[in-house]
Design a protein around this ligand. Structure first.
Ligand code: MLT
Ligand code: ZN
Length: 451
């Protein structure tokens, strides 16, 4: 009896995909850069089926690649070759919102947008938002400790996490979905799994906190002279606004690409080297933005919107970056962050660093200004992809930054993990991995470099 036969008995034959055509969309990541062949794709419907699938794989010693919405950008959810691909998208149950606790439990396969809608219907909001909202799953967001555009206000996924249900590689179910509000009874393993990129356990259910919805919002798109001016504007916005809801940056090259792919009009008569999106929540946000714009010397030009359509129109200049870049080719995507004091230097050094490593490439940079988190996208690197990665990540490390700010290490950056983590830290991570997954079955090529 083959493993595929066992898996079909667990999840039903129609949810074990062996045919290459049916597997294809699961075997390549969103950017098109990471590919691999899975032995089969298996789509369990509930936690008990996940347990049985993992037991069957463990019995045969077959490794497993765990996948949510497949929107990760570091190859963490794509097989390297020969793994069973465990897709969690059918674990899509939304439980009723607990309005007193302001929390909700949902299946790992629930899409971010569905969670946001569910929270809104109960008079709340969810604290994480990002451009891939229609496809990204809550389980994947926890597994990668995803960030996005609201980190400045609510923190990353880790800050929303209340509890988890997860399954270890041997099929053991750990459940700590609704712990008491104050509870110091030992290791906080849900927080340990957050950001572990599917290497320690398979997340099956998630409990998150919800936030109060901000009824009034206003957005400004501001043209500025450079990164230093953008930081001056950010500092004043933080002081001025009752609540800063978002602070994002992009540059002239990104704007022109986004405009040509999406046929968007120029936001201003003049062009600027850098553009900042600021969002204010709450207390007369339009007035707060207008006050800021009139008093801040860093403002070159600005446009403001407070209605939903206008806000979406301004956000499109920033949120279309990822898709526009992918339309132009398969990019090398490096998600980095440096201390705020080094951001100007990093932005200045990136063009020559990238051109030296990959002479005819095209660099597009954008990101989350408040955290000093830049998305460094390099198009046309071709065979120089590894050289570009090496040069940029070493530059970031020389500034004391992180080689992965919000996307994770995945398969893309394992060999550079030593730039951000000490040998002792990596060895301790390896011990944790060995303790929870001694056969090295879960996402074996992800996060940790080969010993
Ligand atoms: C974003 O901030 O839009 C995402 O991290 C996606 C990306 O880096 O392309
Ligand atoms: Zn981002």
């Amino acid at each position: 009896v083959t493993l595929e036969h066992d898996l079909a008995a667990i999840v039903g034959g129609q949810h074990v995909l062996v045919d290459p055509d049916l597997r294809a969309s699961y075997e390549v990541d969103w950017s098109g850069r990471f590919k691999g062949t899975a032995r089969c794709v298996v789509r369990p419907a509930d936690t008990q089926q996940v347990v049985s699938v993992l037991r069957a794989c463990a019995a045969d010693g077959v490794p497993v690649t765990v996948q949510g919405g497949n929107t990760g950008l570091v190859g963490g959810g794509v097989p390297a070759g020969g793994e069973v691909l465990l897709s969690l998208v059918r674990l899509d149950q939304l439980e009723p919102v607990d309005a007193v606790a302001a929390q909700v439990s949902v299946g790992a396969g629930v899409r971010l947008e569905a969670l946001q809608r569910h929270a809104k219907a109960a008079g709340f909001d969810f604290g994480v938002d990002l451009a891939a909202r229609s496809a990204a799953t809550v389980g994947g967001l926890v597994a990668t400790n995803a960030g996005g555009i609201r980190v400045v206000r609510y923190g990353s996924m880790r800050a929303q996490l209340v509890g988890l249900e997860a399954v270890l590689a041997d099929g053991t179910v750990l459940s700590r979905l609704a712990p008491p509000a104050k509870d110091n009874t030992g290791y906080d393993w849900p927080q340990l799994l957050c950001g572990s990129e599917g290497t320690l356990a398979v997340i099956t259910k998630v409990r998150v906190r919800l936030v109060e919805p901000s009824t009034e919002r206003a957005v400004a798109l501001v043209g500025v002279a450079d990164t230093a001016a953008a930081l001056a504007l950010l500092a004043q916005a933080r002081r001025r606004f009752t609540t800063l809801g978002a602070a994002e940056i992009f540059y002239a090259d990104g704007l022109s690409l986004v405009r040509s792919v999406n046929a968007l009009p120029a936001p201003f008569d003049d062009s600027f080297a850098a553009y900042v999106i600021l969002e204010a929540f709450g207390n007369k946000p339009t007035d707060e933005i207008l006050d800021l714009l009139s008093e801040c010397d860093a403002v070159g030009d600005a446009t403001v919107a407070s209605d939903p359509v206008g806000r979406t129109r301004l956000w499109a200049y920033r949120e279309s970056h990822t898709e526009a870049i992918n339309t132009a080719g398969v990019p090398v995507k490096l998600d980095v962050c440096v201390p705020m004091g080094s951001l100007v230097a990093l932005v200045d050094q990136l063009p020559s660093t990238v051109t030296d490593a990959a002479p005819s490439s095209r660099l597009i940079v954008f990101g989350h200004l408040n955290e000093g988190n830049l998305h460094v996208n390099v198009l046309g690197a071709g065979e120089r992809a590894e050289a570009v990665t090496d040069a940029v990540l070493k530059l970031v490390a020389s500034h004391g930054g992180s080689i992965s700010s919000e996307h994770g290490v995945g398969r893309a950056k394992t060999q550079w993990l030593t730039l951000s983590r000490s040998a002792e830290e990596i060895e301790t991570m390896r011990r944790l991995k060995n303790a929870l997954d001694p056969q090295n079955l879960l996402n074996p090529n992800v996060l940790l470099p080969p010993p």
